[in-house]
Design a protein around this ligand. Structure first.
Ligand code: NAD
Ligand code: GLY
Length: 357
């Protein structure tokens, strides 16, 4: 078992536990939780079916099951969750448990942060992407017609319980998308202040997919330690935390254009990392050798290998609606050296376009 503690200030702290063994550790935690206070579980249809032996521990009338998919991360589902919690007379002392990937985590986190002005939140991530990124750091939210994650809060879970056995039932595609988010940490590692250096670029270059899977708890731990350091220094993304959005300026418009159906977040981020790296190479921020290394890794793990069907123009137009726009300028994170990224707001439209061709 591995444990990480994130402490942003006296009031905000998150205990992260990483372990395997669905029938062991996690069950014991759930028993402990159930004995102490009233819990509401939020999960989705797929997980409820796959893990019925786990969720039967929660009383039926305290489980809310969301439809599966990014397209349900919206106002309607959020409203349904709140109505459910209020109809069950949720109290301030109660806890919401999010059992699922990033979609369930973001929705349940948003509900936990708003219902009764905030109740305790526990995240139990079930996708690799949620384990190595989204369940930690307190970002919650929903999508709207205006774009991705434009509505939400910063609200930290008190506990994140990571059971790596959940990975065994992930589709190949979802596993790959999670790896994409883990590999993102390789490309930003040296920009994560105050952190130990793990040389994830070298790690992912040396290891094959199956080796990485075998060693996944260590990889998740490294990603989360990097994230924890960044979040502790800049919880609300005033500056440093922006580095965690590497690839996202391209990714959010791509997800919006795919109607939150065809291209998942992890794959869209992988496209974003490809495009941003090309832009860096074309503008001389990085040399050909490092660019080839980035592309080699993305190819090796089969991330965003197909040609994207959306036009650069459409993507750029949507970029200007993103949260990352400041003073009408598109903010882009670009690689500037191995494992280092920098923030730029002076990239012209033709260069942006060329990066996606
Ligand atoms: P997801 O939650 O949609 O899960 C992907 C698919 O895997 C879904 O079909 C889901 O039902 C299925 N699934 C989940 N666990 C499974 C399991 N153990 N076995 C089999 N299938 C399983 O997507 P995701 O990739 O986990 O998360 C993407 C979302 O996370 C996006 O909405 C993105 O915006 C958000 N996100 C948030 C943050 C944050 O900091 N809050 C960070 C990154 C991404
Ligand atoms: N995934 C980006 C962040 O948590 O800030």
């Amino acid at each position: 078992m591995k444990e990480i503690l994130i402490k942003s200030n006296e009031e905000i702290s998150t205990q992260i536990i990483i372990q395997g063994g669905l029938t062991g550790g996690l069950n014991n935690y759930i028993d402990d939780l159930q004995n102490s206070k009233k819990f509401f579980l939020i999960t989705n249809t797929k997980i409820a079916k796959l893990y019925k032996n786990l969720i039967y521990k929660f009383a039926n009338d305290r489980i809310f099951i969301v439809k599966d998919g990014e397209k349900y991360k919206n106002f309607k589902t959020f409203e349904k969750i709140l109505n459910f919690l209020l109809s069950k007379k949720i109290e301030r002392s109660n806890t919401i448990v999010a059992l699922g990937g990033g979609v369930v985590g973001d929705l349940a986190g948003f509900a936990a942060s708003t219902v009764l002005r905030g109740v305790n939140l526990i995240q139990i991530p079930t996708t690799l992407l949620a384990m190595c990124d989204s369940s930690v750091g307190g970002k919650t939210g929903i999508n709207s017609n205006y774009g991705k994650n434009l509505i939400g809060t910063f609200y930290n879970a008190s506990k994140v319980l990571i059971d790596t056995d959940f990975i065994n039932t992930l589709s190949d595609y979802e596993y790959k998308c999670g790896l994409g988010e883990a590999i993102k940490y390789a490309f930003i590692e040296k920009s994560c202040k105050n952190s130990e250096y793990y040389d994830l670029i070298e790690y992912f270059t040396r290891n094959q997919r199956d080796d990485v899977k075998y060693d996944i708890a260590n990889t998740i731990e490294k990603c989360l330690k990097l994230k924890a350091n960044v979040v502790m220094l800049d919880r609300k993304e005033g500056g440093l935390r922006k580095i965690l959005n590497f690839g996202h300026t391209y990714a959010h418009p791509i997800e919006t254009l795919s109607n939150y159906r065809k291209i998942s977040h992890g794959e869209a981020v992988a496209y974003g990392m490809r495009f941003a790296s090309k832009l860096s190479k074309d503008t001389g921020l990085i040399d050909e050798e490092y660019y080839k290394k980035i592309i080699f890794l993305l190819d090796k793990f089969e991330l965003a290998t197909g040609k994207i069907k959306y036009k650069p123009d459409e993507i750029i137009d949507l970029m200007s609606q993103d949260k990352k726009v400041q003073k009408n300028k598109i903010n882009l994170l670009l690689p500037t050296a191995p494992a280092v990224v920098g923030l730029f707001d002076n990239i012209n439209r033709p260069s942006l376009e060329a990066s996606m061709l």
